[in-house]
Design a protein around this ligand. Structure first.
Ligand code: PMV
Length: 351
């Protein structure tokens, strides 16, 4: 029997943590030790074309930014995806980001979310159902815990030890919120977040304090978010990222993602706040800085950034609605030669 092929293209945006996840409760099943609150962005985007093949004995494949990835990093994720989509399924995917990959801009959150979303869309198992979204979020978590949040739009919570994320508020909860992404350095990070958080958990004397503290801060942040209170939320977000990094600095060997310009942006935000401009910075596993602010103060912040860091490109993003399926790709042209050649080898025709 000829193999059956389903395909779909999914577009998905990164989940930017307001309150951070750092450290695993269970390493093997990739559940988080800290609860996290995040916002799903709108303009930063991963586009993923997924072919789901049935009736063929082949390896899963992922081509990211034109490069075939090693399957090791994806093995547990694809096993989880097969438990959702069917044990005989094989997945071939190609993915592109409209922003730098693995540079601290949460590309793994949108990447794994787009993979599971695209596969489910290809098989027609995406309904507007809470249960399906939770199941997809659960599979995405196996790839990258932050990806569990990217399956939802608006504002999300991934609770401590949770298997899937939940939506706290839809995107229209806070349409005035903006995120300025300051690109400090586009190169890939020196150490993956997966490895770095294990190193922190195992060696940092501050790790348990970080986890305990996060449990105190996150409910307060949830309330500030519900009230759209930016000064309060910003203050909590700042504590969250600075305490997360403090645990990393104390790891052995220490983990340092910051660059000199990252610190310049942090200090600039402090100065802006003293002038009455609500600019609240955050950082993830990379040197980039993201600033939470309100639409009406965005230009003032951009001007200050342009004066102090004229060489760092800035992008203004807002709250997004979550993944969608498209028939009009924006980043992926024709099927990548790696996948096209594999199709020839197996005698299959990719739509
Ligand atoms: O899910 P991962 O392995 O990409 O780790 C995400 C870690 C942070 O971005 C630093 C925090 C977060 O909650 O997204």
């Amino acid at each position: 029997m000829p193999p059956i092929i389903h395909q779909a293209i999914s577009q998905c945006s990164p989940s930017l943590a307001i309150m951070k996840y750092w450290g695993k409760a269970h390493t093997a099943n990739n559940t988080p030790a800290t609860p996290s609150i995040a916002v799903t962005l709108k303009s930063l985007m991963t586009e993923t074309r997924v072919f789901v093949l049935d009736g063929i004995d082949a390896q899963d494949m992922v081509v990211l930014g034109g490069v075939l990835q090693t399957t090791e990093r994806y093995a547990s994720f694809f096993a989880a995806l097969r438990s959702l989509c069917g044990p005989s399924k094989v997945f071939w995917a190609e993915s592109a980001n409209n922003f730098p990959t693995a540079a601290g801009l949460a590309s793994s959150s949108s990447g794994f979310a787009a993979l599971v979303h695209g596969a489910c869309a290809a098989l027609g198992i995406i309904k507007d159902s809470k249960a399906i979204t939770e199941a997809m979020s659960q599979v995405a978590r196996v790839g990258s815990a932050s990806a569990a949040r990217s399956l939802y739009g608006g504002f999300t919570l991934l609770d401590r030890q949770a298997y899937h994320a939940t939506e706290l508020h839809p995107a229209n909860h806070w349409p005035e919120l903006r995120v300025i992404v300051v690109r400090i350095h586009d190169g890939p990070k020196e150490i993956s977040s997966r490895k770095a958080m294990e190193q922190t958990r195992i060696t940092s004397p501050f790790y348990q304090a970080w986890v305990d503290d996060a449990l105190q801060l996150v409910p307060q942040a949830q309330e500030a978010l519900a009230n759209k209170n930016l000064p309060r939320l910003g203050e909590l977000a700042r504590k969250s990222y600075l305490r997360m990094f403090s645990t990393m600095f104390a790891a052995d060997p220490p983990i340092i993602y910051w660059q000199a310009q990252s610190l310049t942006v942090m200090k600039l935000c402090t100065t802006l706040r003293q002038l009455g401009i609500e600019a609240w910075e955050t950082m993830d596993a990379g040197p980039q800085v993201k600033i939470f602010c309100l639409a009406q103060q965005t230009n003032a912040i951009l001007q200050a950034l342009a004066t102090q860091l004229p060489d760092c490109p800035c992008l203004v993003d807002e709250v997004g609605d979550g993944p969608c399926v498209t028939t009009v790709p924006r980043l992926l042209a024709s099927v990548h030669p790696v996948l096209a050649n594999a199709a020839k080898t197996y005698g299959v025709v990719l739509g």
